[in-house]
Structures are given as structure tokens and as C-alpha cells.
Design a protein around this ligand. Structure first.
Ligand SMILES: *[C@@H]1O[C@H](CO)[C@@H](O)[C@H](O)[C@H]1NC(C)=O
Length: 152
């Protein structure tokens, strides 16, 4: 009986004074079940056992995951016209923009928008903006025609 009281008292003391030490140095939490990536890191799962939190690539950042379990699975590029590459390795200009993303927080965008109606793939570093090709237009006309034929 006394030992149980002692354990409860210890647990309360630990939760008040002790910050749980997560196995991942880039995670923090109050218990193994609530270890989450710190600001500037992202992960694919809560980190109770491993080293699941990876640093955001240059020019990006992340909010600290909350202790209630919000998962931060990727980072946000500082440049508002940029996005992370699919492998999270770096920031690149979004589709229909070209250039080099500004890696300074709050800086002016290094990605320039294509002029009206022109498109460019995500990750374009030079001006490769081009009008939608005529074959695309012809295909959409054929699709429209087929749709009409089906409806009639
Ligand atoms: C990034 O933004 C800063 C602040 O607006 C600006 O001084 C700098 O020239 C920018 N760098 C690039 C590469 O666009």
C-alpha cells in the first residue's frame, strides 16, 4: 500500500519537474508516447523509440509538433512561391513559376510567375514558360465532342 502511494508521488513529481528525455534528440515530449519533432524538424511518425525527426532542408522550417499529437510530416519553404521537392531535400519553385527560391525568411520571392496563360513544370530554374500546346487544346476539343456525342 505504501509503495503504491510512493510510486504515485514519484510519478506526480516526475511529471511536474521532469521533462521526459526522448530517444530522438530532435524530439521533445512528456512521455515516450508523446515525443514529437521539434521546430525545424519533421517526421513520419511520433518518435517513441527511434530517430524519426529529420532536419528541414535549407530555406524551410516547421512548427514544433504539439504534445497532443499533431504530426509535422514536412516543412514549409520560406519562399511563398516555392514548395518542397517530393523527397523533402530542397525547396523549388512551384509549377508555373521559375527561378531560385529565396532561402531567407520573409525575403522577396526568387520565383517569377510565368506570364498569362503560360505554364512551367515545378522546379523550373530558368524561364521555360510556354503556352499550352495545341495538341492539348485539340485533345480537349475531342473530349468535349465525345461528351456531347454521348449526351445526345
Ligand atoms: C531574398 O530576400 C531578401 C530580402 O527581401 C533580398 O535582399 C535578397 O536579395 C533575396 N535573395 C534572393 C536570392 O532573391
Amino acid at each position: 500500500m505504501r509503495i503504491q502511494y510512493l510510486l504515485i508521488a514519484l510519478a506526480i513529481t516526475a511529471s511536474v519537474y521532469g521533462q521526459f528525455t526522448c530517444s530522438d534528440a530532435h524530439a521533445s515530449g512528456s512521455s515516450a508516447a508523446t515525443c514529437y519533432c521539434m521546430a525545424g524538424y519533421y517526421g513520419t511518425s511520433t518518435d517513441a523509440s527511434g530517430s524519426g525527426c529529420a532536419a528541414c532542408p535549407p530555406g524551410s522550417n516547421s512548427q514544433a509538433a504539439t504534445a497532443t499529437g499533431t504530426l509535422v510530416s514536412s516543412c514549409t519553404c520560406y519562399d511563398s512561391n516555392a514548395q518542397l521537392k517530393s523527397d523533402n531535400s530542397a525547396c523549388q519553385c512551384m509549377a508555373n513559376f521559375y527561378g531560385t527560391p529565396n532561402s531567407t525568411s520573409g525575403g522577396t520571392s526568387g520565383c517569377t510567375a510565368c506570364s498569362n496563360g503560360q505554364t512551367a513544370p515545378a522546379g523550373s530554374s530558368t524561364n521555360v514558360c510556354a503556352a499550352a500546346t495545341t495538341s492539348t487544346k485539340i485533345l480537349s476539343l475531342i473530349a468535349l465532342f465525345l461528351l456531347l456525342a454521348i449526351l445526345i
